[in-house]
Design a protein around this ligand. Structure first.
Ligand SMILES: [Zn+2]
Length: 296
């Protein structure tokens, strides 16, 4: 499917790495299936550094519906179409000369929620954009030379983006009023927020006012200070740190009289003084600062 979208005269041709070919072309991008056991947990599809080929884990078909947040109530998407979308993204990394790439592998040592722009995130956005451009170009060709596959992929992305907006609304009910960083911020520094990437692809593909408004809304939600109502008491700064951690804040005790708060889209910090060792008062002040309400 991805090969059909790229088309016959593309400068990148996806070929099956396990099939012998009489001759390789410079444009060939072999795809290899590898046993998942030999890969890190998150490496489902990736371009090895400096190589012109794509490795696909044999576990990918099982994992994709979860990765794309299909969920119990979601619209079913053929896993082959998820894979086609990812392959187009990977070809983007190769064609744009990125050193290596993977569709989604947050570094386990780098899982801080954040809104920082990084070069790596820019490369991911560029590879997404490449995939969208290929689909748009193919959709203008006739049915037999990739046009059909391109239309099918467009429909799939529309379903995925429907599933994602449903996921945001239902699974995390109320989050649109709390702007939880868990949903809206980027998980780690290598990849932009997954839901946002899909919504952007959808907006680029259909170009409608509605899709653009959904993206705009998402971006505004990222920038709002989260407000959380916690149902329960918070008796100590350690407990506050746990609750705050759930919504992407950090509460760190610096000394017996000082607590540092890290919050907001850019990870600003603030200090709260613990007056006369009155921890309850420090909890109250810090919670108020972070926009966390709790039962007194
Ligand atoms: Zn990537």
């Amino acid at each position: 499917m991805a090969a059909a979208v790229l088309g016959a005269d593309s400068s990148a041709t996806l070929v099956k790495g396990w099939e012998a070919r009489a001759s390789r072309h410079g444009s060939d991008v072999p795809v290899y299936i590898v046993r998942h056991g030999s890969l890190a947990e998150s490496d489902l599809v990736f371009v090895p550094p400096g190589e012109r080929c794509i490795f696909v884990s044999d576990a990918v078909i099982d994992e994709l519906p979860d990765l794309f947040l299909e969920g119990e109530i979601g619209m079913e998407v053929d896993p082959e179409r998820y894979l086609a979308l990812i392959l187009l993204h990977e070809v983007g990394h190769i064609q744009l000369g990125h050193e290596s790439g993977s569709f989604n592998d947050p570094d386990p040592f780098d899982s801080l929620l954040n809104l920082h722009e990084t070069d790596q995130k820019d490369r991911e956005i560029a590879a997404d954009r490449f995939a969208v451009d290929q689909i748009l170009a193919a959709s203008k060709r006739d049915y037999s030379s990739g046009g059909m596959e391109a239309l099918n992929l467009q429909l799939s992305i529309s379903s995925i983006s429907f599933n994602i907006t449903g996921f945001l609304r239902v699974t995390n009910f109320g989050s649109s009023s709390t702007y939880s960083p868990k949903l809206y911020w980027d998980d780690g520094y290598s990849h932009p927020n997954f839901a946002l990437r899909i919504l952007v692809m959808q907006a680029l593909l259909d170009g409608s006012e509605d899709s653009r408004a959904i993206v705009q809304d998402f971006i505004e939600s990222r920038e709002r200070r989260p407000y959380q109502r916690f149902h329960g008491t918070i008796a100590s700064l350690d407990e506050l740190a746990q609750v705050a951690g759930l919504v992407g804040h950090e509460v760190t005790r610096i000394s017996s009289t000082q607590v540092e708060l890290t919050y907001g889209p850019t990870g600003e910090t603030a200090l709260v003084e613990v007056m006369d060792q009155d921890e309850q008062r420090a909890v109250r002040e810090a919670a108020e600062f972070l926009g966390i309400e709790y039962d007194e």
